[in-house]
Design a protein around this ligand. Structure first.
Ligand SMILES: NC(=O)c1ccc[n+]([C@@H]2O[C@H](COP(=O)([O-])OP(=O)(O)OC[C@H]3O[C@@H](n4cnc5c(N)ncnc54)[C@H](O)[C@@H]3O)[C@@H](O)[C@H]2O)c1
Length: 365
C-alpha cells in the first residue's frame, strides 16, 4: 500500500505532519479503549504501559512477575486508569477474568530469549507454545477489536549475503524461543475467517534502552554495562548483524497499530524497528567505545549463537509511517548516564531481576 492509499483509507493527510497529529488526536476519542497488556510488567511492557497511560488509554496488565519484577507496576498502580492482575495467561479462567471490559489485547508475555527457553525447555513449551496457542483461541468470541502478537526478528535466523530480510523472507528460527514464535505466527495466519478479532504480528528487533525492569542480558545494554565496568569483554562473531530498537520506540509502534484503520493491520505482519539500527556486534561495541575510549574488547569467532540477520523495516515505515526516533548511540548514552548515577550498582545482587535467568513456575494448565 502506498502513502496515498493509506491516506485515503485512514481519511487523513500526512502533509506537514498534520495527519500524524490527527491520528494521535483520535486516541483522545479512544478513551473508551481498554488495553489488556499480557506480560506488561516486563522490560518492554513497563515502558509501553507508561506510554499508553500517557496517551489516555486505560490499561490492565496480566503478569506472573516471574523475575521478581513486582516493583515495576507500583508507579502505574497510582494511576486510576491502570489495573493489575497477577496471573498466568495459560490459565483459561484467569484469561476470561482479565478480558472483562477489554477492547484490545497486546501479547508481550512469555519466556523471552534463547538462554531461558534453553534452560527450561518443558516450561517454555507450556508457556510459549501450547499456552500461547490456547490463549489465541480464548481471545475469540469476546468482542475484541485488535490483538497484537509480539514476535521477533530472531525468526529470520541467518540471512545470507547480508541481504535485508523483509516480511516475506523465509523464516529460519534456530532456537526453541524463535521456533515457538514462528509456530504461533503460522497458527494465527491460518485463522482468517475463523476469529472475530483483528490480529497483527509485530516482529520486534532486539530491544535496548532504559526500563523500570532493566534487562542486562540484551546485547546493547549488556555490552554497555560490561564495558563501563572496565573488564575486558569478549565479543563473539563481531561481524554478525542484528537489528536493534529502543523500548520507547516499540511503544510508538504499538500505538500506531492501535490507532491505524483495521484494513491496514488486519492479519498483517510487520518488522518493527528501523533500517538505521541494523548493526553488527562490532558496530555496537565501537559505538560504546566512543563514550568509553579505554574500553577493553577481545573478539572471537564461532560463538554459540550463529544468528546473523539484517532486516528491512520498509513496510512499517511506508504503511504505518513508523520510524524509530532513537539510535543505538542514544540508548548507550542514557545507560551510561544511569550507570554514572549509580542506578545499577546492585546488578550482581539481583541478577534475576536484571536478566531472564531463573524462574519458579508451576503450570496452571
Ligand atoms: N527484549 C527484546 O529484545 C525482544 C526482542 C524481540 C521480541 N521481544 C518480545 O517482546 C515481548 C516482551 O519482551 P521483554 O523483553 O519485555 O521480556 P520480559 O521477560 O522482560 O517480560 C515478559 C513478561 O512476561 C511475563 N510472563 C511470562 N510468562 C507469563 C505467563 N505465563 N503469564 C503471565 N505473564 C507471564 C513475565 O513475568 C514478564 O514480566 C516478548 O514477547 C518477546 O518475545 C523482545
Amino acid at each position: 500500500m502506498n502513502k496515498q492509499q493509506y491516506e485515503r483509507l485512514a481519511g487523513i493527510s500526512f502533509k506537514s505532519n498534520e495527519g500524524i497529529l490527527e491520528l494521535q488526536n483520535r486516541s483522545k476519542d479512544k478513551k473508551e479503549c481498554k488495553i489488556l497488556l499480557i506480560g506488561g510488567a516486563g522490560y518492554i511492557g513497563s515502558v509501553v504501559t507508561k506510554h499508553l497511560l500517557e496517551c489516555d488509554y486505560k490499561v490492565r496488565c496480566l503478569d506472573l512477575l516471574l523475575y521478581e519484577n513486582n516493583e515495576c507496576v507500583i508507579p502505574s498502580l497510582m494511576n486510576e486508569n491502570y489495573e493489575f492482575i497477577y496471573g498466568d495467561f495459560t490459565n483459561p479462567k484467569t484469561v476470561d477474568h482479565a478480558l472483562v471490559g477489554i477492547t484490545d489485547v497486546i501479547i508481550l508475555g512469555g519466556l523471552v530469549g534463547d538462554p531461558i527457553t534453553k534452560k527450561y525447555p518443558e516450561i517454555s513449551q507450556i508457556i510459549n507454545h501450547s499456552g500461547m496457542l490456547n490463549l489465541i483461541h480464548l481471545l475469540n468470541g469476546k468482542g475484541l477489536n485488535k490483538v497484537i502478537f509480539i514476535s521477533t526478528c530472531s525468526n529470520y535466523g541467518i540471512v545470507a549475503n547480508n541481504n535485508l530480510a523483509d516480511e516475506n523472507c523465509e523464516l529460519s528460527p534456530l532456537s526453541l524461543y524463535a521456533k515457538a514464535k514462528v509456530a504461533v505466527e503460522e497458527h494465527l495466519s491460518s485463522l482468517r475467517g475463523k476469529i472475530d478479532y483483528s490480529p497483527t504480528v509485530l516482529r520486534f528487533a532486539t530491544a535496548f534502552g532504559l526500563s523500570p525492569r532493566m534487562r542486562f542480558d540484551l546485547t546493547v545494554n549488556q555490552f554497555t554495562r560490561e564495558l563501563y565496568s572496565g573488564e575486558e569483554v569478549l565479543v563473539y562473531d563481531p561481524e554478525t548483524w542484528r537489528p536493534y530498537c529502543h523500548v520507547k520506540d516499540f511503544s510508538l509502534a504499538l500505538q500506531r497499530v492501535l490507532e491505524s484503520p483495521l484494513e491496514l493491520v488486519n492479519f498483517e505482519v510487520f518488522n518493527a524497528g528501523g533500517d538505521k539500527n541494523n548493526f553488527t556486534k562490532k558496530m555496537v561495541v565501537d559505538t560504546v567505545k566512543k563514550f568509553i575510549p579505554q574500553a577493553k574488547i577481545r573478539f572471537q569467532e564461532k560463538g554459540s549463537d550463529p544468528r546473523d540477520y539484517r532486516v528491512s523495516f520498509k513496510k512499517i515505515r511506508e504503511v504505518l509511517h513508523f520510524e524509530p526516533k532513537y539510535s543505538v548511540s542514544d540508548g548507550i548514552a542514557e545507560i551510561i548516564k544511569a550507570l554514572d548515577q549509580k542506578i545499577f550498582n546492585n546488578v550482581s545482587q539481583r541478577i534475576n531481576f536484571y536478566e531472564n535467568n531463573q524462574i519458579n513456575y508451576a503450570s496452571n494448565l
